[in-house]
Design a protein around this ligand. Structure first.
Ligand code: SAH
Length: 484
């Protein structure tokens, strides 16, 4: 690689030259978008890998306490130093990242733009391990690469770039781990999304960035998978399982009552055109397309399941307008600036979140004063539960509260006008209808899937009905407002 860059670096504005002139403009435009996705850099120590001629180095130095800018090309670093050397808090380091030695646990953020796509899988695994060592626990890794999506758009041929799908990057980075003392550390996803500048200007969604966090691996919570995200993507929200759910719930939905309950719930909100909505656990985005179409609101849908977001993005391409954006994001790790949203919306998702108080505390901050929260969620009846229900909840990894407890959590988080509604009867009628339609359309379902899958869906729905009848399973709808 060094040789490649050597040959191409006679003019060290090479990195910009390799882009067509339109893209040169884009690289300037996407800079603020990228910086806005970083965690707060105040008093933070930053390591920039593949710093090149310094498109980001000076900007990072303006925000952080200290920046270590690493690149293996002397000429790039020279130009970087010329541009940014006046910042007293930058150290320039000429080194190859695949052999780089740095003190362990000494950085809060590692930043890298267009570097990993030049590394082989083995090199990237090696660098991932090193990065886990250099970062402090809780520290973040931000990177951005040119990717390709399987849906057919062919990558620009440019040796020696290694185009990967976003899923491949995800897998490579989150499977790395490193042991410190008794503790095993790895990367968990905070968010991953396409650079919107490229989508808006070029309908190109192949510029993808990630924010990962170094966390202590807890195999209890991830059920033997590397991450909770993998658990979701491999089990409940495996691609085929999503398709089966959608067949029953209706196009775009993976939750109780599909479009019908969505219409009922959305009518509890007073949505106005131009408002900003966050959908936590957006799934396939059915609610988001509906809200955008009906009310002209702008929606950001985030979902931890990679499978869900891939499908949502495909559908977004078919839906007219650009009011809806999606990203792979973990609601429990993602941060937004204070007062970012008019409405936070979430359907049958927070059952997956154990620490609801912390999440709702954050949601309160993300909302504008007077902003509205609307949630539907699986809930439970009073304990003790039946053995079957206890086992179901354990196996799914759900964390359930009674509707009343749920309302209490919202009040304690600081919300006002809290309505905590036990709507189990609504869930029952939706389940009954869904089961009926499934049974009436046996042939169509079996043609698309299989008899075994029909049986497992139908018995799943019968069991849900039974659990509701037993008083173990409930469905709650929650409305609350952030105080003015
Ligand atoms: N709200 C959608 C999907 C409901 S299924 C609908 O109504 O159709 C629940 C969704 O929550 C899944 O897509 C799952 O991937 C997502 N999810 C679970 N934990 C999450 C987390 N921590 N952050 C974001 N999404 C999460």
């Amino acid at each position: 690689m060094h040789q490649f860059w050597q040959e191409h670096s006679r003019d060290s504005s090479l990195q910009e030259m390799m882009l067509d002139s339109g893209a040169l403009q884009l690289t300037r435009e996407d800079t603020p978008e990228i910086l806005a996705l970083l965690p707060s850099l105040e008093r933070q120590e930053v390591l920039e890998l593949g710093a090149g001629i310094g498109r980001f180095t000076g900007l990072l130095a303006g925000l952080a306490r200290h920046v270590t800018a690493v690149d293996f090309m002397e000429s790039f670093l020279m130009q970087n130093r010329q541009e940014n050397g006046h910042h007293p808090n930058i150290v320039f380091l000429q080194a190859d990242v695949t052999g780089l030695q740095l003190p362990s646990q000494s950085f809060d953020l590692i930043f890298s733009n267009w570097l990993f796509m030049y590394l082989s899988d083995d090199e990237l695994r090696n660098v991932a391990q090193r990065m886990l060592s250099w970062l402090r626990p809780g520290g973040h890794l931000f990177f951005r690469e040119s990717c390709f999506h399987q849906s057919g758009d062919s990558p620009r041929a440019f040796n020696p770039t290694l185009y990967r799908t976003p899923a491949e990057y995800n897998r490579l980075l989150t499977s790395a781990h490193k042991i410190f003392g008794d503790e095993l550390y790895g990367f968990d996803l905070v968010m991953s999304r396409s650079v919107q500048t490229y989508i808006k200007r070029k309908q190109n969604r192949n510029q993808v960035c990630w924010l990962l966090q170094k966390v202590s691996r807890n195999h209890e919570a991830t059920r033997g998978y590397d991450t909770f995200q993998q658990f979701l993507d491999s089990e409940q929200y495996a691609a085929r399982s999503i398709q089966r759910y959608e067949w029953v719930f209706g196009p775009g939905f993976v939750s109780t009552g599909g479009l019908e309950t969505t219409k009922e719930l959305v009518s509890m909100l007073s949505l106005q055109a131009g408002q900003q909505v966050l959908d936590i656990g957006c799934g396939l985005g059915g609610s988001d397309f509906y809200m955008a179409k009906e009310s002209g609101v702008q929606v950001l849908g985030i979902d931890l399941s990679h499978n869900m977001v891939e499908l949502a993005l495909e559908r977004a391409q078919k839906e007219a307008g650009s009011l809806v954006q999606f990203e792979v994001g973990d609601a429990t790790r993602r941060m937004f600036p204070e007062g970012s949203f008019d409405v936070v919306y979430s359907r049958d998702t927070i059952l997956h979140v154990a620490d609801k108080s912390t999440l709702f505390g954050r949601v309160l901050v993300w909302l504008k004063p007077g902003g509205q929260l609307l949630v539907s969620d699986y809930c439970c009846g009073p304990r003790p539960w039946s053995k079957a229900f206890t086992e179901y909840v354990r196996q799914r990894g759900y964390s359930l509260l009674t509707p009343q407890e749920y309302g209490q959590v919202l009040k304690e988080a600081g919300f006002t006008q809290v309505q905590a509604l036990d709507r189990t009867e609504r869930m029952l009628s939706a389940l009954t209808q869904e089961l009926q339609e499934l049974e009436q359309n046996w042939e169509r379902f079996v043609q698309e899937f299989s008899e075994d899958e029909f049986e497992s869906m139908a018995s799943g729905w019968r069991e849900k009905l039974q659990r509701c009848a037993d008083g173990d399973q409930c469905w709650g709808v929650f409305y609350a407002v952030k105080p003015q």
